[in-house]
Design a protein around this ligand. Sequence first.
Ligand SMILES: Cc1cc2nc3c(=O)[nH]c(=O)nc-3n(C[C@H](O)[C@H](O)[C@H](O)COP(=O)(O)OP(=O)(O)OC[C@H]3O[C@@H](n4cnc5c(N)ncnc54)[C@H](O)[C@@H]3O)c2cc1C
Length: 437
Amino acid sequence: MPRSDERAFPDPVTAGRDVDVIVVGGGPAGSATATFLAQGGLRVAVVERESFPRFRVGESLIPTCMQILERMGVLERVLGHGFQVKYGAAFHDQETGESTMFDFRPGRPWPSYTLDVHRAEFDQILLEHAAAQPGVTVCQPATVEAVTFDGDGVRARIRDGAGAQELRAACLVDASGRDCFLTTRQGRRRPRRGTGKVALYAYYRGGRRFPGREEGHVRIYYFPEGWFWYIPLARDETSVGCVLHQRTVKARPGDLEALFAEMIERCHAVRDNLRGAERVTELYSAANFAYTVDPMAGDRFVCVGDAGGFVDPIFSPGVFLALQSAELAAQAICRGVRAGRLGARQFRGYERAIRRGTRHFDRFIESFYDRAFVDVFLRPRNKFKMVDAVTGVLAGGSFGLLSPTLRLALWGFFHVVRITRWVRRRQGIVLESRLDW
Ligand SMILES: Cc1cc2nc3c(=O)[nH]c(=O)nc-3n(C[C@H](O)[C@H](O)[C@H](O)COP(=O)(O)OP(=O)(O)OC[C@H]3O[C@@H](n4cnc5c(N)ncnc54)[C@H](O)[C@@H]3O)c2cc1C
């Protein structure tokens, strides 16, 4: 891509526009989109509703995030900030007592480490980095209230403390997160199978840390009512959250505080880890969070990050998908501006790439609620590189980085899951899906 000082595009101002692209939202998806667009020589306005730093859930990153941060030119700053370093993940099933631990292995196309981040700080670094790019303006706090598209561009009404103003651009990127700004106005948002989940979460200080390289491992604990995440952060803080079926929440009288306390008591590992720890944030909740959106892109618009769809957070793909979709969307927009074509056809390749890349995560996530899968997953054997294939997907290799050998190994892994399910059924063991928890 040409750098901004050798602008290869018609000037937006002479074309009757204020900027080339308006980005709604300054979370990781919005900041990354703006950064990549600026690297491609475009002028961008990012509009972010909230003042930063602001709390956000989603602290556990996966290794491929590091490579995208490097391409954004912000990796060094992120690494220098002092976030918790992480080398793997650990899973434990309270019902069976089985546990397993995965390390991100060296010698792969992605790094063997990543970070667990305080999102308030991480998101601020990314937005400041975007603002420092030539051609990027950040309007904050300011809200995009309405947009209208025509054959020639898009007009957005933006409101900040001083009142409302209009911005005109060639194209709009929706990076508004789970608000799904565009889809709620002109598209369709469908719940994914097995949704109807509720997450309750808070930060603790003084929770149990694990020795050495395992300190930063994200920990997932299955227990009878659902599952917990336990994500060690810097400054002796830990993000702790449980994911429950809505039925479990509705069946319990009392408030969410009492429910969260009860779930901690019922999940023994979390209860033990938090003995003596103090809670340092309020209790947050999110419900019905997994969905697809349609369309993901169209004439003069592209949805990125959570605004383009949301998968269950069990394997921590959210921030990676936000960054990866941002990069792919920016490439498609730069090509489109250069060719003078910003219609829906221009973004079909983008949409295909996102759906294809997300498919592996989808499969793992759906399988995570399947007991036959968990049986195999918690007792992994690296026969035919199956563990390598699994860690490859969990590290974020699903966007074209998995070698044919690892893809074959992944197929083998799911074949073993199918056989396990069949054997269990023959033994008369009912493997009901935990999707209905
Ligand atoms: C329970 C739960 C646990 C999770 N755990 C993880 C995890 O461990 N790891 C992980 O990687 N991901 C996790 N995620 C997912 C992660 O939080 C998201 O995928 C990630 O934040 C997506 O980034 P984004 O930039 O798309 O959206 P966001 O981070 O939500 O940013 C969107 C921004 O848009 C702004 N905005 C919205 N509407 C407007 C408007 N009209 N005008 C101006 N600004 C607007 C908002 O203020 C916001 O700052 C989790 C999610 C949930 C619900």
